[in-house]
Design a protein around this ligand. Structure first.
Ligand SMILES: *Cc1c(COP(=O)(O)O)cnc(C)c1O
Length: 395
């Protein structure tokens, strides 16, 4: 089935189970082939120059990457998608596509830190200036728009502290000034937020996280609407940053179960977040689906679910004791692993480093511990967290 003849009335799990590959197109095999390719042969010299052969070279796409990209297009409602070798590559591709020397870029201050590194370390060298803005700015972003502002980059919720953004309000202002809008939609996945329906032009995913889902793959996707797609496709070809065939295949495999995995991540994370709100030693829980969270109303208005990662703020006001307490919490954990990234089946914890923030400043109450709630049993995870809190209290 192609994306045009698939009823959009089907539920999301039905679409996840069947999108991207038509078994009839490959001898009835349920899954698409993993095509390892640089060279593609042409039948004759005329076809070589005619450009009407579907596949021409490995970097430009294969049946395997097409299967993944088509599945993502169905979920995002996008005109086109490309798969790149990491989530970070997915964040930077739209910047390279939309910006030129002398242009100005607006980036939310609660952005994924390596995105900030790219702006300071690479874009600045090419004469592109970045201004950071308050995640709560909404339509107020109008005051930061300049005649040379070409792109507004959003991330909702923000990394580590989960600030929500009024995406439709920002998109309306950006478009009125002729700028494009990109979003790092990794937290929600297209199942829980569909950015292109809310005015965003380019939606990117660290598909390393929930789509791949098993902490064993690095991959990113960039999906664009009709306006932004030609520049994304052109820039992708110029850079040659194509995802590998095995990674593309495994990510499509991950998508098949993403709906049920996310439902479980959502339920477990919310149960734990709610319990932590009243736990001694916890000053605050940063989770958009909690009624107590400042951005909750925006989350409720625009999102249709929450995923498995949120943060707690430990109650340690004295800055001199924050690191020791945070480390005591982490070192007492037996099920949660200490490690970066998230979206896999296993639980993880990190002490978030927020030292690069200039506007969305770190909470004053204490250190921020980010928790990725995996697919383990909630009762076991709660015992582990209580063990961590007890260790932090006595440290
Ligand atoms: C992890 C992450 C990325 C980067 O993904 P990698 O595949 O690890 O490069 C980008 N954005 C967000 C919000 C992330 O959490």
């Amino acid at each position: 089935m192609s994306k045009t003849d698939r009823p959009s009335s089907h539920g999301v799990n039905t679409r996840l189970a069947h999108s991207g590959h038509d078994p009839k197109s490959f001898f009835g095999f349920v899954n698409p082939p993993v095509v390892h390719a640089s060279t593609v042969l042409f039948p004759d010299a005329a076809t070589m120059v005619s450009r009407d052969q579907k596949y021409t070279y490995g970097t430009h796409g294969t049946p395997t990457t097409d299967a993944l990209n088509t599945a993502i297009d169905e979920l995002e409602g996008s005109e086109g998608t490309v798969a790149v070798p990491s989530g970070l590559a997915a964040v930077t591709l739209p910047f390279m596509a939309a910006l030129s020397a002398g242009d100005h870029l607006l980036v939310v201050d609660s952005v994924y830190s390596p995105t900030r590194n790219f702006c300071a370390g690479m874009l600045a060298r090419f004469g592109i200036e970045t201004t950071y803005y308050d995640p709560a700015i909404g339509a107020g972003i109008d005051s930061l728009m300049r005649p040379n502002t070409k792109l507004v980059h959003t991330e909702a919720p923000g990394s580590n502290t989960f600030e929500m953004q009024d995406i439709p309000a920002i998109a309306e202002v950006a478009h009125a000034h002729g700028a494009l809008v990109s979003i790092d939609n990794t937290w929600a996945t297209p199942l829980y937020f569909k950015p292109l329906d809310h005015g965003v032009d380019i939606s990117i995913h660290a598909a390393t996280k929930y789509p791949a889902g098993h902490s064993d793959i690095l991959i990113g996707t960039v999906s664009a609407n009709k306006t932004a797609w030609p520049a994304i496709k052109r820039t992708f070809s110029m850079l040659g940053i194509c995802a590998g065939p095995d990674d593309a295949y495994m990510t499509l495999r991950g998508l098949r179960t993403m709906g049920i995995r996310l439902a479980r991540h959502q339920e477990s994370a919310l149960t734990i977040a709610r319990a932590l709100e009243t736990m001694p030693g916890v000053a605050r829980v940063l989770h958009p689906a909690l009624e107590s969270f400042p951005g909750h109303a925006l989350w409720k208005r625009d999102f249709c679910g929450s995923s498995g990662i949120f943060s707690i703020v430990l109650d340690v006001a004295d800055p001199a004791r924050q690191q020791r307490k945070a480390h005591a919490f982490l070192d007492a954990l037996e099920i949660f692993g200490l490690g970066y990234s998230w979206g896999g089946y296993e639980s993880l914890a990190v002490h978030a480093n927020l030292s690069d923030r200039t506007i969305a400043l770190p909470p004053k109450e204490g250190p921020v511990i980010r928790l990725q709630i995996g697919l383990e049993d909630v009762e076991d995870l709660m015992v582990d967290i209580e063990r961590g809190l007890a260790a932090a209290r006595s440290a």
